[in-house]
Design a protein around this ligand. Structure first.
Ligand SMILES: Nc1ncnc2c1ncn2[C@@H]1O[C@H](COP(=O)(O)OS(=O)(=O)O)[C@@H](OP(=O)(O)O)[C@H]1O
Ligand SMILES: [Mg+2]
Ligand SMILES: [Mg+2]
Ligand SMILES: [Mg+2]
Length: 394
C-alpha cells in the first residue's frame, strides 16, 4: 500500500505537468492523439504507465511483475511516433529524477526510449482468476484531462480475483469540496490568485483503501513527499444521507458513455430531486467514498464491455469507506475473468448505503423493460449473435 501510494503521488506530478502544458494557449493541438476507438490518449497516459511499471518493478525487484493496464506501445513504436516518444521519454525522466522526493528510487541513468517502451509493454498481463496482479488506468477520464477538468490515476492490486487494495490519485479534486470552485477558477483564468488559506490548500488528493480494514483514507497531493507526514492522511467515510430527497447522484459527462435519459427516469422514480453531478473519471468513486455525493450510476450502451482498470481501485475504496457497489442486478463486479468485467448485468450502481442501493436496483428492474435501452440491448444481442454465427462459419 505504501509503495502504491508513493507511486501514484509521483504519477500525479507527471500528469499535472503535462496537463498544465496542454492548457497553455501555445500548446500544439497535436499533443492529444486518437486511438482506434477514437478515444483520446496523451503523453501523460503513456508516461504514467511507464513510470508506474518501472517503479513497481524496481521496488519489488521483479522484472516480471504482473500488470494489467490500458495503454500499449504500438503508436509510440511506429515510424511516425518518434516525436511523441521523445515527449514521453522527457516527461518520464523529468518525473523519475524526482522519485526520491516520494521515497522511491530514481534510475541510475536516464531511461532510454527502448527502456520506456519496454516498461509500457510489460503491462500486458491479462488478469484472470488466480494469482496476484496490479491493475492500472494511467489516466482515467482522459477526456476530462485534455479539457483541463477532472481525471484520476488509478492503481489496484488483485489477488485471486479480489481487489485487495486501491489507490486513486485525483490531481484536480481538492481535499475539501468547497475548494472545487476555487480550482475551477484557477483553471479558467490560469491566474496566480493565492489560495483561500495559504498553505492549507491542495489542488488534489490521493485516496486509498485496503480490503477488509473497514477504513479508507485520503491525503493531500504533494510535490515533496519528504515533507509529507503519513499523519496528514485522514479517514474518509461515505455520506449518512439516505433520504433520496437530499441525495445527489453522479454520472459520466459524455452521453456516449452512459444513458442520461435512463438515469434521469430512474432518479425521478426513486424521488431524487437534485441535479446530477456529471464528472469525468473515477473521481466519481472518490466523491462517493468521501461523502460528497450519495449515488453513482452508469449504463453503457449495449455491447460495450467495461474494463477492470476503470473500476478496480474505486470499488475497494467505496466499499471500505462504507458504500455498496454492484451491477444493476445487485451482484458484485467480477474482477476474476480477465480484462473485462464479464457478466455485468446492464450497468453499475454505487451508493453510500444499502437503503439507497436497494431502491435504485429495484427501480432499474421496474423501468428497464419499458426503456429504449432494453430494446437497443435486444437488437444488439441479435447483431452479436449473428456476427458470432458468421465468424464461426468462416
Ligand atoms: N462507449 C463507452 N461506454 C462506456 N464507457 C466507455 C466507452 N468508451 C470508453 N469508455 C470508458 O469510460 C472511461 C471514462 O469514463 P468517464 O466516467 O470519465 O466518462 S465521461 O468522459 O465522464 O463521460 C474511459 O476511461 P479512459 O479511457 O481511461 O479515460 C473508458 O475506459
Ligand atoms: Mg479509464
Ligand atoms: Mg485511461
Ligand atoms: Mg482511454
Amino acid at each position: 500500500m505504501e509503495v502504491a501510494v508513493r507511486v501514484v503521488q509521483a504519477a500525479c506530478t507527471l500528469c499535472q505537468r503535462v496537463q498544465d502544458a496542454l492548457l497553455l494557449p501555445a500548446s500544439a493541438s497535436g499533443s492529444v492523439h486518437s486511438k482506434l476507438d477514437r478515444s483520446p490518449v496523451t503523453v501523460a497516459d503513456w508516461g504514467v504507465q511507464a513510470i508506474v511499471s518501472w517503479l513497481l518493478s524496481d521496488c519489488f525487484q521483479d522484472e516480471n511483475i504482473s500488470i494489467v493496464a490500458e495503454e500499449d506501445d504500438e503508436t509510440l513504436s511506429s515510424s511516425d511516433g518518434a516525436a511523441l516518444l521523445e515527449s514521453v521519454v522527457a516527461a518520464v525522466n523529468g518525473c523519475l529524477i524526482e522519485a526520491p522526493k516520494y521515497g522511491l528510487r530514481s534510475p541510475e541513468k536516464e531511461l532510454k526510449a527502448h527502456d520506456i517502451l519496454q516498461a509500457i509493454r510489460r503491462c500486458s498481463s491479462i488478469g484472470g482468476p488466480k494469482g496476484r496482479f496490479w491493475v492500472l488506468d494511467p489516466v482515467d477520464g482522459t477526456l476530462g484531462f485534455v479539457r483541463g477538468d477532472q481525471y484520476a490515476v488509478a492503481l489496484a492490486l488483485i489477488e485471486d480475483g479480489e481487489v485487495v487494495l486501491g489507490v486513486l490519485g485525483c490531481p484536480n479534486y481538492p481535499m475539501k469540496k468547497e475548494w472545487l470552485n476555487y480550482h475551477q477558477r484557477y483553471y479558467r483564468l490560469m491566474s496566480k490568485v493565492s489560495p483561500p488559506t495559504p498553505g492549507s490548500w491542495h489542488r488534489g488528493c490521493v485516496m486509498y483503501a485496503h480490503r477488509g480494514c473497514g477504513q479508507a483514507w485520503m491525503q493531500p497531493l504533494v510535490h515533496d513527499f519528504g515533507k509529507l507526514d503519513w499523519r496528514n492522511s485522514r479517514e474518509v467515510r461515505v455520506s449518512t444521507v439516505s433520504d433520496p430527497l437530499s441525495a445527489t447522484f453522479c454520472e459520466p459527462v459524455e452521453k456516449a458513455n452512459t444513458s442520461h435519459t435512463f438515469t434521469a427516469g430512474l432518479a425521478h422514480s426513486v424521488g431524487l430531486r437534485k441535479q446530477p453531478l456529471r464528472v469525468y473519471s473515477m473521481v466519481k468513486y472518490a466523491a462517493i467514498a468521501r461523502g460528497d455525493v450519495e449515488i453513482f450510476m452508469k449504463f453503457a450502451r449495449a455491447g460495450y464491455k467495461e474494463k477492470i482498470w476503470d473500476h478496480a481501485a474505486g470499488v475497494v475504496i467505496i466499499q471500505e469507506a462504507g458504500g455498496v457497489i454492484t451491477d444493476a442486478g445487485g451482484r458484485p463486479l467480477d474482477f476474476s475473468r480477465g480484462v473485462f468485467l464479464e457478466g455485468l448485468d446492464r450497468g453499475i450502481i454505487a451508493c453510500s448505503g444499502p437503503l439507497l442501493h436497494h431502491r435504485i436496483v429495484g427501480a432499474v428492474d421496474a423501468s428497464w423493460n419499458s426503456s429504449t435501452l432494453s430494446h437497443i440491448s435486444d437488437a444488439c444481442h441479435h447483431i452479436t449473435y449473428q456476427s458470432i454465427h458468421i465468424e464461426s462459419i468462416h
